[in-house]
Design a protein around this ligand. Structure first.
Ligand code: SF4
Length: 259
């Protein structure tokens, strides 16, 4: 069945669109049936790290206090079970190392976990920008990522990792609309702070990609509005450890999924 009567008046976000791209049935459960998601290790961990970085940037915690805060609060914040001991070990120790070595902020901060709202054509979008700052060369949007993205290869033919980076950059191009609305100019750089691997990936803002991202967003919304099948996209690891509505997914249960 088609639900354009719901999607036509929906408030959109990057994660709503990518939720559909990831699995149409997940979009259906989350945003048509409004099923609230369950917690998982990866989302708990990401939210906990975002919270600590926010507290540091807001000067609620000093650099020296970060490791203790992490150790004292990890267990109560990261409730979801990791897929295995190795993954738990890596994530736990990499988070701690990052906080021990966190770099001093040397740019003017314009916003942390900044709530934004913007339009593309008649569609309303919302989001939260992890950090907006002002450097000598202009405004920077930074996104904190637990995912270990690879810096651009600079090869003539884009690698799989380059394509992945471009996919994630769409989020920051969308957020650039709100930055341009507020400050009168778009950002000059889009940065991923891949904290687990202590790597900053800084990409120049490319006007052509900005326009392409707006087209992508509107094209995706059109596709979602025309959807009527809501097919599942079952991949065991993703369904079990990343999908927050897996408990309500009949397809995953049929596939043998238990939680
Ligand atoms: S459990 Fe898998 S198939 Fe089911 S909604 Fe989630 S991602 Fe889709």
């Amino acid at each position: 069945m088609n639900y354009s009567h719901i999607t036509d008046s929906m408030t959109w976000s990057y994660s709503r669109i990518t939720s559909y791209e990831d699995c149409p049935y997940k979009f259906f459960l989350k945003y048509i049936r409004n099923i609230s998601g369950r917690r998982h290790f990866f989302s708990d961990y990401g939210s906990f790290m975002h919270l600590i970085i926010q507290k540091y940037l807001d000067k609620e915690l000093t650099k020296q206090e970060l490791p203790d805060y992490y150790l004292l609060n990890f267990k109560t914040n990261v409730i979801g079970k990791a897929p295995n001991k190795n993954i738990f070990h890596n994530y736990f120790s990499q988070g701690l190392e990052y906080l021990k070595n966190i770099e001093e902020e040397n740019h003017e901060i314009l916003g942390v976990e900044k709530e934004i709202s913007f339009n593309i054509a008649d569609k309303i979008f919302i989001g939260y920008i992890d950090k907006v700052s002002k450097a000598e060369d202009g405004i920077i949007i930074t996104d904190n990522k637990s995912r270990a993205l690879s810096p651009r290869s600079e090869k003539s033919k884009p690698t799989k990792q380059d394509q992945e980076l471009d996919k994630y950059l769409r989020q920051l191009y969308l957020y650039s609309i709100a930055v341009e609305d507020e400050f009168g100019i778009p950002p000059t750089r889009l940065v991923f702070n891949c904290f687990r691997i202590q790597t900053h990936i800084s990409e120049p803002f490319v006007p052509e990609n900005y326009e392409k991202t707006k087209d992508w967003a509107l094209g995706s919304i059109k596709k979602i509005s025309e959807e009527s099948e809501w097919k599942p996209n079952i991949e065991w690891f993703k369904c079990k450890y990343l999908c927050d509505v897996c408990d309500n997914c009949e397809y995953f249960q049929m596939f043998g999924g238990k939680n």
